[in-house]
Design a protein around this ligand. Sequence first.
Ligand code: URA
Length: 234
Amino acid sequence: MRINKYLAEQGVASRRHVDEMIMAKRIKINGVIATLGIDVQEGDVITLDDQPIAVNEKDAEYYIMNKPKGVVCTVSDDRGRKTIMDFLPETSGRIFPVGRLDYATEGLLILTNDGDLAFRLTHPKTEIPKTYMAKIEGTLTEKDLNPIRSGVEIDGVLTKKCKAHIVETNKSYTKVHITITEGRNRQVRRMFEAIGKNVEFLKRVSIGQLKLSGLDRGQVRKLTQEEIAYLKGL
Ligand code: URA
């Protein structure tokens, strides 16, 4: 059966979404990048971003985690470092992070095996606001943040407009709340690097209306039905 029809029938994603994921080279069948219109057989291992995807809506699982720093956002690590899987209940199935946090960054992470939701939440068009608390080395003024707000160049591409304001500043450090709608690799750290500043500590505190509050470092809980419905409506 055609891959888009198969995954749509299994409730993973609409046919159009499957095609978009294939064009973005995010889907593999048995380790090989899928092509549009390819057929799949019973028993094929289908992955999205190298993680197995759920094939049944009733098996879908959704978690929120407060990722500690010093933990890798992958299912396994060839360097033997701690991964987010070390914090999940053993009963959880094959789930994967939606939009990663880098090794040194802590905070709010969503995990699921719902390929359609993962696809929509990470699609550049979705533009979900993600807020971070960044502790920057040295003193900063509101004016220093203007380039960050209007867009700085990362890998030759300007970052989108974003919100940023100073929460606290003194001679040794400045705390900034920054809200971005993109999810480029190490984006917040690189935005500050672009204005010559070093991020000493970074924590994601919210994704849309979903807040980290109430979860200790390393703690995980299932998302409520309301939270799942909210994310699906984004
Ligand atoms: N920005 C970063 O620099 N790191 C992250 O993990 C997320 C956003």
